[in-house]
Write a protein that binds this ligand. Structure first.
Ligand SMILES: O=C(O)CCC(=O)C(=O)O
Ligand SMILES: [Fe+2]
Length: 553
């Protein structure tokens, strides 16, 4: 069923809602009435065309330490596409550098400055509308975010009609503001729900706004990082200008707490945009580009795994408490979480070391290439991630829980697990504090507590729960007494002391022993009775009864 891309009029009063809806459903929209003067649009297009007409040697002077930010010539794997880049397009010294690299006229430089100012300003307005639409207040989301501007040329000719000029990809940044060729179409956006490519036919004077990987991660998967490609539909050369608003300059890409709740558990670890760009591409040469799935889930998952391998020197109680607090406000070390279905487990082998991938991630238009090479885009990542708390990124099975603070055997269910563990630890702490008055105690949860190391974990869940709820106490002398039988050592001590007490002198040693046994028995019974009233004991009792009833059926 043919569908049309959403069109948003910047002057509409309900634009905030429309932006959110379009980004959720499509990950893109066409923006009209945006306020950037048509004259400026045609001037910048003219600048782009003339720069791309320069000799290759001249264009080759447009270099940047990140190669994907500078000139990308046509080449064997990408014979139809070339582009020039300006990074950071909003900083005058960077525009100056670009201008001197390509010997721009003062007028061309002026047009560039005006255009990037106008588009950045527009993007900031869109950011505020987006924040409003998401109920996050009128906040300037993109304040001081770095931007990359690219002048693109597709060398379409009669032999290439039907070929792909830019293969299916999602953009890496948050938003891309595309000024496309008014006369030559070719851009197609993938509709996630139907899997159909929908032509983004140009509307003169408009922009196509599309969301990238950062938008998806930031919004906790709510915004679609739309996949798109550029086809050669006619034999005319096609030009376009892309303005990428990338990611926070200093801070991390982190989901606002309001976008996280029990229905929408956090899906991504907070990360720096540069970290993300520096990761190797995950393109799987065996993956059909049509099956491409946005790579952000996969990439961020790799980072989560890397972080979880770090040795933890912290007090586990602090870790648990912090985790609970953070997850409730949507921040902190959040693991990437997987689909509940086994097919969503990544099909691409996890590459955690540099060089194992197929190249560094760049962004912007991919060239017409398949297979290995210097990656500008990432392919073959898993499908949509629907988060479940505490699911190991490596899936179920032997490694289950390897990257979690929970032991491997611990049943994985949503939020309440970690919450109940934290509560149990807090109860333990409170009890310890109480008993500290009578004797100097050491922590019952040593710094290297095995909860963080599943391999050294006790084998029973019930055991752990019990230990946490009724922990033992350790005296300075190093003796460990389980708290539930805390009175018994005292009784034993009394027995030992009986020898010196006056009235015991008249008793035979046998009577003394019998008396002691009786006292111990009485006290142990009393303690056991108390123990039965603890929640875990009651639960065990209930389970036992259910089992008995079941066996009688
Ligand atoms: O040229 C176009 O229409 C699209 C370019 C694009 O997708 C990109 O630069 O990422
Ligand atoms: Fe793109």
């Amino acid at each position: 069923m043919a569908k049309n891309l959403p069109i948003i009029d910047m002057q509409d009063s309900i634009i905030s809602d429309e932006i959110v809806k379009s980004l959720e459903r499509w990950g893109c929209f066409r923006l009209v009435n945006h306020g950037v003067p048509p004259q400026l649009l045609s001037e910048i297009m003219a600048v782009g065309r003339s720069l791309l007409e320069l000799p290759v040697e001249m264009k080759g002077l447009n270099i940047h330490k990140d190669k994907s930010f500078g000139y990308i010539p046509v080449n064997v794997t990408s014979p139809m596409f070339e582009s020039l880049g300006v990074y950071d397009a909003t900083l005058s010294q960077d525009v100056d550098r670009f201008s001197s690299q390509l010997n721009l006229s003062p007028r061309e430089r002026e047009v560039m400055v005006k255009y990037s100012e106008a588009v950045y300003d527009l993007t900031k307005k869109l950011g505020i509308k987006l924040m409003e639409g998401l109920g996050l207040g009128s906040v300037d989301l993109f304040n001081d975010w770095p931007c990359l501007m690219k002048f693109n040329k597709y060398h379409n000719n009669p032999e290439r009609v039907g070929l792909t000029g830019a293969t299916t990809h999602s953009d890496k940044g948050f938003f891309t503001i595309l000024l496309d060729d008014e006369l030559v179409n070719g851009l197609e956006m993938l509709h996630d729900q139907t899997g159909e490519f929908i032509p983004a036919n140009p509307i003169p004077g408009s922009f196509l706004v599309n969301a990238g990987d950062i938008a998806k991660a930031w919004s906790n998967g709510r915004i679609c990082n739309v996949r798109h490609k550029v086809q050669c539909n006619e034999p005319r050369v096609r030009y376009s200008i892309t303005f990428f608003v990338l990611g926070p300059r200093n801070g991390k890409v982190e989901t606002p707490s309001k976008l996280v709740d029990s229905q929408h558990p956090p899906l991504y670890v907070p990360f720096h945009f540069e970290e993300y760009c520096a990761l190797p591409s995950t393109k799987n040469p065996n993956t059909n580009p049509q099956d491409f799935q946005g790579s952000v889930e996969y990439i961020v998952k790799i980072m989560a795994e890397g972080r979880d391998r770090l040795t933890r020197q912290e007090d586990p109680i602090e870790v648990y408490t912090r985790r609970r607090t953070r997850s409730s406000i949507g921040r902190g070390s959040i693991e990437i979480l997987e689909d509940q279905t086994p097919d969503s487990v990544p099909t691409v082998p996890v590459q955690t070391t540099r060089g194992g991938g197929t190249g560094r991630i760049g962004f912007g238009s991919p060239r017409n290439r398949r297979g290995r090479g210097r990656g500008r885009n990432s392919y073959g990542a898993p499908a949509r991630v629907i988060g479940r708390q505490n699911i190991s990124p490596t899936g179920q099975g032997r490694n289950r829980g390897r990257h979690s603070v929970l032991p491997a055997w611990y049943p994985r269910t949503p939020l309440r697990d970690i919450t109940s563990i934290v509560r149990a630890i807090e109860r333990t702490r409170a009890r310890l504090r109480e008993s500290e008055g009578s004797e100097q105690l050491e922590s019952v949860v040593p710094q290297d507590h095995t909860v963080l190391d599943p391999s050294a974990e006790s084998t029973s869940g019930a055991q752990l729960e019990h230990d946490m709820i009724t922990p033992g106490i350790r005296t300075r002398s190093g003796k460990f007494y389980p708290k539930s039988v805390g009175k018994v050592p005292k009784i034993l001590l009394d027995i030992t002391n009986q020898g010196s007490s006056g009235d015991s002198d008249c008793l035979t040693p046998q009577r003394k022993l019998l008396n002691s046994i009786e006292t111990v028995e009485k006290d142990v019974k009393e303690e056991l009775h108390k123990l039965k009233r603890t929640p875990s004991a009651r639960k065990q009792e209930r389970e036992k009864r259910v089992k008995t009833l079941m066996s009688m059926r």
